[in-house]
Design a protein around this ligand. Structure first.
Ligand SMILES: C[S@@+](CC[C@H](N)C(=O)[O-])C[C@H]1O[C@@H](n2cnc3c(N)ncnc32)[C@H](O)[C@@H]1O
Length: 287
C-alpha cells in the first residue's frame, strides 16, 4: 500500500503537503526520510509514492505538521460542517475523533488550533448577533480573538457595515478567510495580539470565549475596557470559564449551547452573552 504526496514549495523550503491518505504511517522512518527529501528538494508538483502501514487511525504527528501551512492544514484535516447552534453558518472543523486536534497533541506547535472549532462562547455570541441584528447593522465591527471567524461571519450576515476579525494565530487568520469566503461574506482577517496591538477603530467590539486563561482574561478585559473607553459597544460571551470578569459585565442573554466533547467537559454548555458595563470603562471611571 502507498500514499500519494504532492509537494508544493512554500516560503522557500517549507512544503505544502496536499494529501496524505488516512492510514499512512507518518511515524515510520521511510515516511520521514521521504518527507525530509521532499522538503529539501521543494520541487513544484513533484509526486512521490510513499510506503505506508495499513490500519493506523492516527493521521499524523509533529513531523507532518511542521511542514504544513495553515491553509494546507485546513484543507487536509478539516471538513465543512454547519455550526450546531448557528445553522446559518458553516465552518471548516476538525473531524472527530481523528482530526487535527489529535495530531496537534503530538506536535511541537506552541498553541493548539482553536480555529478548528466553534467555541461555546462564539456560538452564543454569533446566535445573539444574528437574532439581534440591530446590534451590528450598519456599524463597524471588530471581532477580537476570532478563532474560526464564526462571530465575525455572523456580524457580516447580520448587516454590519464592515467587519474586521483579528487573532494572534496565523492558522486562525487563514481559517477566518476561508470560512468567510465559504459563507459568502466579506470579513477582513488580520493578525492581531490583544496584549500589544493598538485598538481597531470600531463601533462594536465582539469577544467570544476569551476568559479561559488567567493572563489572557486579564489582558482581554483591559483591551475591551479600552475599546469601551473609546466609545465602542462591547459584547462578550462566556460559558462560565474560570476567569470571567463578572463584575465588569452585564448579562444580556443566556443559551444552552451544544458543543464538542473533544474540547469541553459536557455536550451542552450554559453560555451567557454580556455587555461590558460602559460606566466601568477606564475613561468613564476617571470622570
Ligand atoms: C477559545 S478560542 C475562541 C475563538 C472564537 N472567538 C470562538 O468563540 O469560537 C480563543 C481564541 O483566542 C485567540 N487568542 C489567544 N491569545 C490571543 C491574543 N493575545 N490576541 C488575540 N487573540 C488571541 C486564540 O488564538 C483563539 O483563536
Amino acid at each position: 500500500m502507498a500514499v500519494d504526496v504532492t509537494c508544493v514549495p512554500f516560503y522557500g523550503k517549507r512544503c505544502d503537503i496536499q494529501r496524505i491518505r488516512k492510514g499512512a504511517d507518518v511515524t515510520s522512518s521511510a515516511f520521514r526520510g521521504a518527507l525530509a527529501a521532499l522538503t529539501a528538494a521543494a520541487t513544484p508538483r513533484k509526486r512521490l509514492r510513499l510506503p505506508v502501514k495499513a490500519g493506523i487511525e492516527f493521521l499524523g504527528n509533529g513531523q507532518y505538521l511542521r511542514v504544513m501551512t495553515p491553509e494546507a492544514l485546513l484543507r487536509t484535516t478539516c471538513t465543512r460542517e454547519a455550526v450546531p447552534f448557528v445553522g446559518e453558518i458553516t465552518l471548516l472543523v476538525a473531524s472527530q475523533p481523528t482530526g487535527l486536534w489529535d495530531i496537534w497533541s503530538a506536535s511541537e506547535r506552541d498553541a493548539p488550533p482553536f480555529w478548528v472549532f466553534p467555541w461555546a462562547g462564539g456560538q452564543a455570541l454569533a446566535r445573539y448577533v444574528l437574532d439581534n441584528p440591530r446590534t451590528v447593522r450598519g456599524r463597524y465591527v471588530f471581532d477580537v480573538a476570532s478563532g474560526s471567524g464564526l462571530v465575525a461571519i455572523a456580524a457580516a450576515k447580520a448587516g454590519a457595515a464592515s467587519v474586521v476579525a483579528g487573532d494572534i494565530d496565523p492558522g486562525a487568520v487563514a481559517a477566518i478567510r476561508a470560512n468567510a469566503e465559504a459563507n459568502g461574506v466579506t470579513v477582513t482577517a488580520r493578525a492581531f495580539d490583544l496584549m500589544t496591538d493598538d485598538p481597531v477603530q470600531a463601533d462594536v467590539v465582539l469577544a467570544g470565549d476569551v476568559f479561559y486563561q488567567r493572563e489572557l482574561a486579564s489582558a482581554a478585559l483591559a483591551f475591551l475596557r479600552r475599546a469601551a473607553g473609546h466609545g465602542a459597544e462591547v459584547l462578550a460571551a462566556d460559558p462560565g470559564r474560570a476567569f470571567v470578569p463578572a463584575a465588569f459585565l452585564s448579562p444580556l442573554a443566556r443559551y444552552q449551547v451544544p458543543v464538542s466533547t473533544t474540547i469541553e467537559d459536557k455536550p451542552v454548555k450554559d453560555v451567557t452573552v454580556y455587555r461590558l458595563a460602559r460606566e466601568l470603562a477606564p475613561e468613564a471611571e476617571s470622570t
